[in-house]
Write a protein that binds this ligand. Sequence first.
Ligand SMILES: O=C[C@H](O)COP(=O)(O)O
Length: 310
Amino acid sequence: MTGTRFDPSWFEAHHVNLSATERRAATLTTRRTVKKDWQAAWLAQAITCIDLTTLAGDDTPSRVQRLCAKARQPLRDDIMAALGLDALRVGAVCVYPTMVAHAVKALEGSGVPVASVATGFPAGLMPLSLRLAEINYAVDQGASEVDIVITREYALTGQWSKLYDEIAAMREACGPAHMKAILATGDLQTLGNVYKASMVAMQAGSDFIKTSTGKEGLNATLPVSLTMVRALRDFREKSGQIVGFKPAGGIKSAKDAIAWLILMKEELGTRWTRNDLFRFGASSMLGDIERQLEHHVTGRYSAANRHAMA
Ligand SMILES: O=C[C@H](O)COP(=O)(O)O
């Protein structure tokens, strides 16, 4: 994404109405239901949008290899056959930088890209030069997508041009890799700040804007997501550029998957339900989707532990 020059007039006076946003978010899932067969199709679609993630201090190459095996084949053969599907894969596998090479090797030939968090994930509190070096390392290791974190202080104190410069430098360091800007919305205090940070991240050239690291006290929510997708819409109107969206953190169930797909379809249209413009950052949601699809095809539920991720 090329982005635009820094232009605070696109967001400075913008006001987000908290109660209207919450009301709209609440009605998204109550006004519209997805019927049975369509539900299975939507869940299969959701799988293709998952950035299957492991971001734990005790990650090991073998855990990453197991996750990659799941990414190659997210559903059991019998469920695939019953759904009439012959190929399905997740959007990407997302890991820490030192795990990238292991993931790249395990995914060879599958077409599944490797995403890496970088820039001092999750807090980002280290010098910019080191954060940029970390991007270079992740890309050298084979990451074709990089999930960066922003300096929350800049958003909390209204230093929007500093935020723009930081993100633009990260965008440049990513080179050909796609960049997702994690706003850590749970740290940003107001939906107004979420909207402004979204706009700045897009002006600075982000390919995706992403809600959360999964490590904040409050992760992806529908009101925050609604605020961000409206910023996406406004940015498209103003710049003609199309940016993707990635809710992440705490999204765990098949029901969540449907709720976010409805949000994208209703606010932005079907185009934004495909994995070049929409991803879920999730470590465990695939297990619940597989369980629901198994129920759809067999009429029985299996234990959740039969759908381990890694
Ligand atoms: O970006 C992805 C998140 O770290 C995953 O969060 P989760 O473990 O709550 O699914």
